[in-house]
Design a protein around this ligand. Structure first.
Ligand code: HEM
Length: 302
C-alpha cells in the first residue's frame, strides 16, 4: 500500500507527513539527514584506482580510520586546553572517549585482516607509492601526543597548508608538555630545561619526572586528580600502542616482510615504532613503585 503524503507549511518550511510502516513520519525541505551528513559527498569519495573488487574495503577501512583520527585530534586539542586551564574533569571525559575510539579502531583491523595476501596483490601495484606514511592526520596526532620528529613532515613539502599546519603542531607543546606544566603549577619541581624546552624536539625522559610520578602514585589518596590523569593518559598510550601493534600484525599477515609502498622496511619499520613512548616516565616509574607496607617501613624502621 502506498502511503499518502500530506504537505503543509510549518515554521515557514514546506513540511510533509505520511503514515509509513505504522508510524507518523515527518520531514521537510529544511535540514535532512543527507544534507546534514553530506552523504552524497561522503559516498562519492570511494574511488578505486583499480577494477579489483577487493579495493573498496581497503579504501573504506582507511577512510573510517581517518575519520576517527580526526575525532581523536579534536579531543586531544580539547584535552590540552582543559589541562592548561586546570579543568581536569573535562579532560578526563575526552580521554575516556579517545580510549573507546581507539578500541574501536583496533577492532577495525579485523575487517582489514579479511584481505588475504592474494586479494591485496590484485590491486597493490595500482597504489604505486601511496602509503599511510603520508597520512598527515596521523602525523598530527603523533605530534600532539609527543612523538616529535621533524623529518616526518618532509613528505608533505608540496602541500603548503598541510606542511605549515604540521610545523605549527610540531612547534607547540604536546599533551605531555602541558601535563608537566600542570605538575609545575601544582608545586612539583619540574626542571626549567624541561618546561622551557624546544617543543619541536623529541622529549628526553628525565629521572626527576619519573620520581614525581612515583610520588603522585604513592600518595594517590592525596593527589587523586593527578593520579587519575596519569592513569588516563597511560591508557591512551596503551591503546595507541595496541593500534600500532595490530597495524604491524595485519601488515605482516597481508604482505609478509616485503618493503612498504613508501619504500620503508615495512614490518621492521612498524616494529621500530612500537618503541616510541609518548609518556615515558609514566611507564618507567612503575618499576620503581613499592608496596604500601614497604613505604611504611621506610618511614618507620622499628
Ligand atoms: C593491508 C593494509 C595495509 C598495509 C599492507 C600497510 C602497510 C604499511 C607499511 C608497510 C607502512 C610503512 C611505510 C611504507 O613503507 O609504506 C605503513 C605505514 C603506515 N600505515 Fe599502513 N598498511 C595498511 C593499512 C593501513 C591502514 C588501514 C591505516 C589507517 C589509517 C594505515 C596507516 C598507516 C600509517 C599512519 C602509517 C605510518 C606509520 C608511522 O610512520 O609510524 N595503514 N603501512
Amino acid at each position: 500500500m502506498t502511503s499518502k503524503i500530506k504537505s503543509f507549511i510549518e515554521d515557514g518550511i514546506e513540511t510533509y507527513e505520511a503514515n509509513i510502516d505504522g508510524e507518523k513520519i515527518i520531514w521537510d525541505k529544511g535540514l535532512s539527514y543527507s544534507k546534514h551528513l553530506q552523504t552524497k559527498t561522503l559516498l562519492a569519495c570511494q574511488i578505486p584506482v583499480s577494477e579489483e573488487p577487493e579495493e573498496l574495503m581497503f579504501i573504506i577501512v582507511h577512510q573510517s580510520m581517518e575519520l576517527w583520527i580526526k575525532q581523536c585530534i579534536h579531543e586531544i586539542n580539547l584535552i590540552i586546553k582543559f589541562i592548561g586551564t586546570n579543568q581536569l574533569n573535562r579532560a578526563y571525559k575526552s580521554l575516556d572517549r579517545i580510549a573507546v575510539i581507539l578500541r574501536h579502531m583496533i577492532n577495525s583491523w579485523e575487517v582489514l585482516a579479511t584481505l588475504t595476501p592474494n586479494d591485496f596483490l590484485t590491486f597493490r601495484p595500482y597504489l604505486q607509492k601511496a602509503s599511510g606514511f603520508q597520512s598527515y592526520q596521523y602525523r598530527e596526532l603523533e605530534f600532539l601526543l609527543g612523538n616529535k620528529k621533524k623529518d616526518l613532515i618532509l613528505v608533505h613539502k608540496d602541500d603548503k597548508a598541510v606542511y605549515d599546519h604540521l610545523e605549527d603542531v610540531l612547534n607547540a607543546p604536546s599533551l605531555y608538555d602541558v601535563t608537566l606544566k600542570l605538575l609545575a603549577d601544582r608545586g612539583f619541581n619540574i626542571p626549567s630545561k624541561i618546561l622551557d624546552r624546544d617543543f619541536s624536539q623529541a622529549y628526553v625522559p628525565a629521572p626527576e619526572i619519573e620520581e614525581i610520578w612515583r610520588e603522585i602514585y604513592s600518595e594517590a589518596d592525596n593527589m587523586w586528580d593527578l593520579y587519575t590523569l596519569g592513569e588516563k593518559i597511560t591508557a591512551l598510550e596503551y591503546y595507541f600502542q595496541e593500534w600500532r601493534f595490530k597495524h604491524m600484525k595485519t601488515v605482516s599477515r597481508v604482505i609478509g616482510y616485503k618493503k612498504g609502498t613508501a619504500g620503508s622496511a615495512g614490518v621492521a619499520y612498524l616494529v621500530k615504532a612500537l618503541d616510541n613512548s609518548f609518556f615515558p616516565e609514566l611507564w618507567s616509574m612503575r618499576s620503581q613503585m613499592t608496596s604500601p607496607e614497604d613505604q611504611q617501613s621506610d618511614k618507620c624502621p622499628i
